[in-house]
Design a protein around this ligand. Structure first.
Ligand SMILES: Nc1ncnc2c1ncn2[C@@H]1O[C@H](COP(=O)(O)OP(=O)(O)OP(=O)(O)O)[C@@H](O)[C@H]1O
Ligand SMILES: [Mg+2]
Length: 315
């Protein structure tokens, strides 16, 4: 059974939460509206902040197939939309010739029919599967070139593709479209205008801790809190590349593997490669800065503990 679309922002938050996605209200609002208004959702943000995951949890939560188009430089229509099955067309022509059927118009009509069309992700997304329109994820659109972007305009506004030899193929029900970009280049306004836009930001400490608890349940409570606070502080420094949520989760998993229940200077220094991927950043943190962050976290934890202890009755 297809899940029906959420009818409120709260229901949208629940839908995401059911698939372990911790969203803030602004994301749930724009997602709710994009579903309601049948408009593509354009998600921009730093790496590893949960953009791609939104499409995955939507497909899971709404019980719809996920069709993913991973963008790259040079992506063209034959890989993204459709191409003709030349080999099968040739066989068909030979068979017709062999049977004496040489009517040119009939041959052309036969060869350029849907039977010989190879549907790539965008065309697939226009078709329902078991009566359900799919979720189409156009991932990392900034990696393609502008010509491809221009081609997407027709699809995103009318949910249709025009094939010169065949005509226009329109979706019976529009797919749910999620577009992501890492902002390595600006996407054209014409495309953005067809979408609802949301900047996916790094989460605050509270939300990130919730994500760690959900995604890495085996992590000790103190360790999880320290990891989140450490990563949050790293993001305020002028690093070349900030760690995303993906790195926070990787770090928690790595430290469990090492049987750690709290951060210590040596462990942090030895495992920085899990959260930072540039040597300059690692070197900067391995210097005195890393130790300072750890000291701050530990002293903040002590003062919070003291406040909590003073507030607790009978302690
Ligand atoms: N709000 C969230 N709730 C739960 N998990 C999250 C959340 N945000 C991110 N994650 C987790 O973080 C990881 C990275 O997310 P994702 O791959 O979607 O990031 P991204 O923004 O698409 O990154 P990139 O730009 O590098 O492709 C995933 O494992 C995902 O489960
Ligand atoms: Mg992604």
């Amino acid at each position: 059974m297809t899940q029906k679309l959420p009818t409120s922002i709260d229901e949208t938050l629940n839908l995401l939460a059911q698939s372990s996605y911790v969203a803030d209200r602004s994301l749930a609002t724009v997602l709710y509206l994009s579903l309601k208004m049948q408009r593509p959702l354009f998600l921009e943000g730093e790496a590893g902040v949960g953009k791609t995951e939104i499409a995955k949890v939507l497909a899971e939560g709404l019980d719809r197939p996920l069709i993913r188009l991973q963008c790259y430089e040079g992506l063209d229509i034959s890989s993204a939309v459709y191409e003709w099955n030349y080999a099968a067309q040739m066989v068909d022509i030979r068979m017709r010739e062999a049977s004496g059927d040489t009517n040119r118009d009939a041959m052309e009509d036969g060869v350029f029919s849907e039977r010989f069309l190879i549907r790539r992700p965008i065309m697939q997304a226009l078709q329902q599967v078991d009566g359900r329109a799919p979720v189409l994820l156009i991932d990392e659109l900034d990696r393609t070139d502008e010509a491809f972007e221009a081609f997407l305009l027709e699809i995103l506004s009318d949910f249709q593709v025009t094939i010169p030899e065949l005509g226009t193929i329109k979706a019976a029900e529009p797919p749910i479209v999620i577009i992501t970009t890492n902002r390595t280049r600006e996407i054209h306004d014409a495309l953005k205008r067809r979408c609802l836009y949301h900047w996916v930001d790094y989460p605050d400490a509270e939300r990130e801790l919730e994500i760690v608890k959900l995604k890495v349940p085996g992590a000790d409570a103190q360790l999880s809190r320290e990891i989140v606070e450490y990563v949050q502080k790293l993001r305020t420094m002028e690093l070349f590349k900030n760690p995303g949520i993906a790195e926070t989760l990787d770090w928690a998993t790595a430290l469990i593997e090492l049987d750690k229940v709290a951060l210590d200077p040596q462990t942090v220094s030895d495992t920085l490669g899990v959260i930072l991927k540039y040597q300059d950043d690692i070197a900067a943190i391995q210097s005195s800065k890393g130790a300072e962050i750890l000291k701050e976290i530990k002293s903040e934890a002590r003062s919070q503990g003291a406040v909590a202890g003073a507030a607790a009755p009978g302690v």
